[in-house]
Design a protein around this ligand. Structure first.
Ligand code: GLN
Length: 255
């Protein structure tokens, strides 16, 4: 398939920061980085993927224009929560400054005030978002999920994915959910809401991974990253997403 290249985008360069690839990466979360990289390349945007792991510095983190962190088991989350405390100040500031990011499941939980694991350990988190997560240790919320995107995102539509989490996330009043649950559980088992949007950061329970099936989210992130870095309005060249749209339709029909 041939894609048009947006000449105007040729001068652009983005560094994608992939947070804890060896620890926070389950149910295909890595696919999100592949999609972001590919959709930049298809438009002639120079792109570098930088791995930010245990021992990386705040400076390493600050060199990134777009962040992605996947999910994990409670055990890995404990290691990451400890290491992230060392980069907490810079990380929180980047989110406040509008550096875009995609945070999946355990990564999403990290943005809140705390995460109480299934064995009752309270892990201090980044504390940027007015939300907290508790894992009561009872049944996990597992299965396919469909969500209607919140209007504040500026894009409309229904996204589909797969969730598998024990944690229940409760949003404070100041935080908007990513969308309304049509099928599945979402952030917790009662509110019918999924994920969160804060400035240019998206938190979600969607694994699967989320971006190949829902590329409009990838473009939202790329656009925000370019606008933030270059201080100008960016219009991305549309790509042929008919296969992803058909996949979404087929999944929705089956659900
Ligand atoms: N360990 C966390 C939970 O069970 C996150 C799981 C995940 O990232 N899939 O809620």
């Amino acid at each position: 398939m041939k894609h048009t290249t947006n000449r105007q985008n040729k001068k652009y360069q983005l560094t994608i920061g992939w947070l804890y690839p060896d620890l926070m990466n389950i149910y295909g979360d890595r696919g999100n980085v592949i999609v972001l990289e590919k959709r930049c390349k298809d438009r002639g945007i120079n792109v570098t993927v930088r791995e930010i792991g245990v021992g990386s510095t705040e400076k390493d983190l600050q060199s990134c224009d777009l962040l992605m962190m996947g999910g994990a088991q409670d055990m890995q989350q404990e290691i990451v929560a400890k290491d992230l405390q060392k980069k907490k100040k810079a990380f929180a500031q980047m989110i406040e400054d509008g550096v875009p990011g995609l945070y999946i499941c355990g990564g999403f939980q990290y943005l809140g005030q705390y995460y109480k694991t299934a064995d009752g350990t309270k892990l201090p988190q980044l504390g940027v978002l007015d939300m907290y997560t508790e894992n009561p240790g009872r049944e996990r919320l597992i299965g396919n999920i469909a969500v209607e995107l919140s209007p504040e995102l500026g894009i409309t539509g229904t996204i589909v994915g797969f969730e598998n989490h024990g944690g229940r996330t409760i949003l404070g009043k100041s935080i908007k959910p990513l969308g309304k649950v049509l099928k599945g559980y979402g952030s917790n088992d009662s509110a019918q809401e999924e994920g969160a949007v804060y400035k240019n950061s998206i938190g979600t329970y969607f694994h699967g991974p989320i971006l190949p099936k829902n590329p409009m989210i990838a473009d939202w992130l790329i656009e925000k990253a370019l606008e933030k870095k270059y201080g100008e309005k960016v219009m991305l060249t549309p790509l042929d997403d008919s296969l992803a749209a058909s996949a979404r339709e087929a999944i929705l029909a089956r659900m």
